[in-house]
Design a binder for this molecule. Sequence first.
Ligand code: 1HE
Length: 272
Amino acid sequence: MTDLPPPLASLSLANLALSLDDRGIATLSLNRPQKRNALDAATVGELIRAFTAFPEAGVRAVILRAEGPHFCAGLDLVEHHGADRSPAEFWQLCLRWHEAFNRMEYGGIPVIAALKGAVVGGGLELASAAHIRVADASTYFALPEGSRGLFTGGGATIRVADLVGKARMIDMMLTGRIYRGAEAVEVGLAQYLVEDSEAKARELAEATAANLPLTNFAICSAISHMQNMSALDAAYAEATVAGIVNTQPDARARLKAFADGTGPRIKPGQGA
Ligand code: 1HE
């Protein structure tokens, strides 16, 4: 682990913990295990600050993990109950959640979520803003909003529906259906199911951090933006991004290595 550079050192985090290794891989931990890492307004503010600072700090990949046995219990229901918010106040709060999660999804830096235990409600909204989700045997996914008299407000209608499809999301919200294990992978909630989600997330972070940053920037922002466009506009935008990324000077050495036969060949058993 290395000392945090200035934009990260001055973040003053209380509900998150942050470290950085010498390869530029940041580990961001949800750090309220006594509250099952429920997302209160302060934590959402910290997520915004951290994901705003990462590009400036030259971070190359982020592992998003949690202290305690559960990844995240979603909206802080106790804070929400105590605050007795007006519609406008909760509307504003949801915009803060969107700011945090949009910075994750569109920020251009790979975010790999190491999941365990409950990934529910807003916790699933948080996880779904990561680029890769890694689950272990303890991990389970649910949208308990329906039974709590609530509705999703942190982007699940976009990201969770995108992962699992509209029908499954509606079923999860209406009935409280829980997905776990191989079934969770099959429906698209996680891409990996492993014994140790943190070790796997680190392995994946190291692999992604070895890519060129401009290439990762395109993968971790352009694809999401293009999903929001018409097919015609997305194709045009893709050509534009490829025009920039595929002619970057830093790629020349990798292309030369392939051309002279020293670069890696894409075969099973080699690479990720
Ligand atoms: C919380 C929260 C929370 C735990 N807000 N404080 N999310 C939910 O509906 C899930 C609510 N949580 C649970 O169902 C369970 O807590 C868990 C299955 C995640 C964990 O169970 P367990 O037995 O390990 O812990 P616990 O005893 O229930 O909780 C331990 C403490 O964490 C306790 O606080 P304490 O001060 O009494 O010790 C709980 O109150 C606290 N805690 N979860 C606040 N969510 C933008 S809209 C998004 C809408 C949603 O996310 S709705 C889904 C909300």
